[in-house]
Design a protein around this ligand. Sequence first.
Ligand SMILES: Cc1cc2nc3c(=O)[nH]c(=O)nc-3n(C[C@H](O)[C@H](O)[C@H](O)COP(=O)(O)OP(=O)(O)OC[C@H]3O[C@@H](n4cnc5c(N)ncnc54)[C@H](O)[C@@H]3O)c2cc1C
Length: 311
Amino acid sequence: MLRSLLLYLAQAAWAQKIVSNWRVTKRVVRRFVAGETLQEAVEVVRQLNAKGLTATLDVLGESIDEPGKARAMKDAYIELLEAIDANDLDAWVSLKLTALGLDVDEALCRDNLRQILACARDLDRDIRITIDMEDHTYTDRTLDMFRALRAEDGFDNVRTVIQAYLYRSDDDIARLVEECAGIRLCKGAYKEPPSVAYPNKRDVDQAYIRNMEVLLKAASNGCGYPGIATHDERIINQAKGFAAAFGIPRSRFEFQMLYGVRSALQEELAAQDYRVRVYVPYGTEWYPYFMRRLAERPANVWFFVSNFFRR
Ligand SMILES: Cc1cc2nc3c(=O)[nH]c(=O)nc-3n(C[C@H](O)[C@H](O)[C@H](O)COP(=O)(O)OP(=O)(O)OC[C@H]3O[C@@H](n4cnc5c(N)ncnc54)[C@H](O)[C@@H]3O)c2cc1C
């Protein structure tokens, strides 16, 4: 119930106004968000790189409803790519289609994305762009856009995300593996109805493991480079065991985790020579992202509430 309430609040404009204005919120937000500026994010990634961790940077913002704002978001991503290059960071980039104008005009969104992908490709370094997955009403459009960018526009530096909680994901994974797509696998962070997603955590975890094994097997045959995006230590151990049993080299996949979540585990895996990528969000539009992080773990809510009262 708490998770549902927080996910509802994540989309409620009235709640955003109230929660964002509490001074204590900003302090707690800093646990999950690198800062409000690009410079702060660059500094965070520099520190992660120094610890042997790589990153994927995300300019916070979603559900944009004006063409001008979508173009400004594209410009922010171009500035980010230039900063990755100028600061010699080991980092990729993540973005959301609704931040680039998907709800306004699909053609505008695709054009924005093309410019970002072309900029990343033209820089002389490996920067891949991952299209995050939003709620299930966007799944088809996201996968269609991802495929069009690869097949029609010829970009091979684009990746996307599959959410294990959706019933459809077994089929999506099977098809994406045939296409040798670069996939991040996560459990899924949105409020979804039981008609489209497993309501029980145990089913989600089982689906995650099923999909992960398909992705890892394909990677061992040279197809794709999966990002195993989870903080679930049981699943991480399962991935390690599966890779060892099938002789899948550590260079053929990576673990991914969120900034501010299980940081010790991130460093532990890196010390064991696994590749670990940390998702580093930054910007002023942190509210929905922050609320989804609270929804993922009740302890985060108590952390927030206790800070509120201490203050
Ligand atoms: C790199 C990355 C990218 C992602 N991209 C997307 C995306 O594009 N679309 C999407 O829908 N979702 C995305 N997610 C979120 C994901 O779907 C889950 O909501 C989130 O990762 C929590 O699930 P879990 O796999 O960690 O497992 P859980 O079973 O939720 O958590 C396992 C353990 O991890 C720890 N943990 C998990 N979350 C938190 C938290 N917020 N704070 C503190 N501890 C926590 C706890 O110890 C918990 O017991 C992404 C996650 C990662 C790591």
